[in-house]
Design a protein around this ligand. Structure first.
Ligand SMILES: [Zn+2]
Length: 305
């Protein structure tokens, strides 16, 4: 099977522990990904909500240096370079605070090869309200400027963690497709899921704009007290009913959240693939979900005239 995963926090975690992507005890290591025939991984540099301005950009730069070292040490090319390596990477920033609140800061991220920006984390930043902001102010004026500039720079906007008003402001304002890199369907009743998952209306809008949604494996969002594979099946099936087959992708959130042991690691995804196959998802649909939908999104973003 091939895999295109829209979100993980692996590089941020490895930097903290000074560990290698080749081998480690986290959710993603290259030795355990060896069974994949083709593998594109989005690596997010996660900007904590306590960092704003220069603290945020300095933090980005530090993790970015680690990211570049891991790429060259392990023979990984960047997706945008279109090289023929088995493992390819896409760099994203989780938290638009990584721009440091300026358009110059956004240009710096672009120069570093960032192709996707999760506009907010849970709190408010210079661009917008996050999903747990007490007062939802939607997109700010700077947020609008930044999104217009991101569209010019071919950097996609990611609405996972964005507030509801922020989402609708973006949907009105965006001229290019956008995505939710790691979110599930709003059908799980706990505080975090109610804020982080997407309503039917949001799923329809993302789909109508040509976007994709990466299914998150976090147990809180899946609501998987019982069987994780079955919970993923339920979320995917519902998302397909609402938004069609071209919207669903993978956004594992590996190394960023608590995942049930039966799914907690890249080596477990073959089991999920097989389970979905036995339960009615044919191989063409599975390839869309695990690879082709995300590939279509980024290929349109980066390689169209
Ligand atoms: Zn996240």
């Amino acid at each position: 099977m091939r895999l295109f995963d829209l979100h993980c926090d692996t590089i941020t975690e490895l930097e903290k522990k000074n560990e290698s992507l080749a081998e480690n005890d986290g959710h993603i290591s290259l030795d355990r990904a060896g069974y994949l025939t083709e593998y594109v991984q989005d690596f997010a540099i996660f900007i904590p909500d306590e960092y704003r301005g220069k603290a945020a950009t300095d933090y980005f730069d530090r993790v970015y240096a680690y990211y570049k070292k891991q790429l060259s040490a392990n023979g990984i090319s960047e997706y945008a370079e279109r090289q023929n390596t088995k493992v390819k990477s896409i760099l994203s920033v989780e938290g638009g605070a990584g721009m440091g609140g300026t358009i110059e800061g956004l240009h710096h991220l672009s120069d570093c090869g960032v192709k996707l920006i999760t506009l907010t984390w849970n709190g408010r930043n210079e661009l917008a309200s996050g999903c747990f902001d007490e007062e939802d102010i939607g997109l700010t004026a700077f947020g609008r400027d930044a999104i217009r500039e991101m569209e010019k720079l071919r950097i996609a906007a990611d609405v996972s963690h964005l507030s509801k008003k922020g989402f609708y402001d973006l949907a009105d304002f965006a001229q290019k497709p956008f995505m939710a890199s790691h979110s599930c369907v709003d059908m799980v009743d706990n505080f975090k899921a109610r804020h982080r998952n997407l309503t039917e209306d949001q799923i329809k809008i993302i789909s109508e704009h040509g976007g994709v949604i990466g299914i998150n494996l976090w147990e809180k969002l899946l609501g998987n007290e019982d069987n994780s594979f079955d919970a993923v099946l339920r979320h995917m099936s519902r998302m397909i009913e609402i938004g069609g087959e071209d919207v669903v992708a993978m956004g594992t959130d590996f190394d960023g959240c608590d995942i049930n042991p039966d799914l907690a690691g890249i080596e477990k995804l073959q089991g999920l693939y097989d389970y979905l196959n036995i339960h009615g998802f044919d191989k063409k649909l599975l390839d869309k979900i695990f690879f082709a939908n995300a590939d279509r999104f980024f290929s349109n973003l980066l390689f169209t005239k």
